[in-house]
Design a protein around this ligand. Structure first.
Ligand code: FPP
Length: 249
């Protein structure tokens, strides 16, 4: 039976987050430069966005560029930025046709002006779409996000809009860049690395983690479905016992 037919659509995660890793290693294996790997990686992005839409997943967050990635060689950073712009240019039409809403999280103040402009135009154009929400983590790191949230909450306390004792999970959630987005239930990382790498540290608290040796440019639809199937075969307990979960107590 095809793997997509083995998936129970009633038991899918609402939100899948992905660390797309291994573009550089994939390119090296082909005897090509790293930028070639990123271009191929952009093709996987397209395939996985389609696959997530097909499965009627509500949210897909992709780690496209981390805060730490700014320290890569300028040539590579520039190539990644222009790949982003060209991908937004070429894909916005398909996002519209497939009812995909684009969002982005991260420190956009340090993005090149043209990238920020293109990104916000696409976000604006797709804002009323009601299908998959595609969240690009761009110039993003979870520690940066948590620091920003702490600053906002401290300001609320200074302004006496909240009391220190009122600070709870809900207030922290509201002040993260992912407010209004449910936490991911599944996080996938490609390329055989077993790290979270400063990605959604707060939001992944209860996520199921799925690691695969496939490098991002070779990660396709079937691999994505395999990860969904693996997720469905896990028991999510949230600190409870199996009996409690089974009897919903
Ligand atoms: C990790 O591979 C990948 C990135 C740092 C960038 C991800 C970018 C893309 C998939 C391309 C474009 C994205 C969009 C949204 C159109 P790596 O370079 O760290 O690989 P390595 O660990 O093998 O060196």
């Amino acid at each position: 039976m095809a793997i997509s037919n083995q998936i129970d659509k009633e038991k899918l995660p609402r939100h899948v987050a992905i660390i797309m890793d291994g573009n550089g290693r994939w390119a090296k294996r082909q005897g090509k430069n790293r930028v070639f790997g990123h271009r191929q990686g952009a093709k996987s992005v397209k395939e996985i966005v389609r696959a997530a839409g097909e499965m009627e997943i509500d949210y897909l967050t992709l780690y496209a560029f981390s805060t730490e990635n700014w320290s890569r060689p300028k040539l590579e950073v520039d190539a990644l930025m222009s790949l982003l712009v060209s991908s937004i240019n070429s894909e916005t039409k398909e996002l519209m046709e497939n009812n995909v809403r684009l969002l982005s999280i991260g420190n956009h103040d340090i993005l090149p002006k043209n990238v920020k402009k293109k990104l916000y135009e696409a976000i604006d154009q797709t804002k009323n779409n009601k299908g998959l929400t595609l969240v690009l983590a761009l110039s993003y790191s979870a520690k940066w996000e948590i620091i920003e949230a702490v600053k906002k909450i401290a300001q609320l306390a200074v302004n006496q809009e909240i009391k220190i004792d009122e600070i709870d999970e809900c207030i922290i959630d509201k002040n993260l860049s992912t407010h209004n987005i449910p936490h991911p239930e599944l996080m996938i990382r490609t390329s055989g690395e077993f790290r979270i790498s400063n990605f959604l540290l707060w939001q992944l608290a209860y996520a199921e983690l799925y690691f695969t040796n496939k490098l991002w440019p070779e990660f396709g639809k079937e691999d994505f479905f395999e990860a969904l199937l693996d997720y469905q075969n896990r028991e999510r307990r949230f600190g409870k016992t199996s009996e409690q979960v089974e009897h919903k107590i």
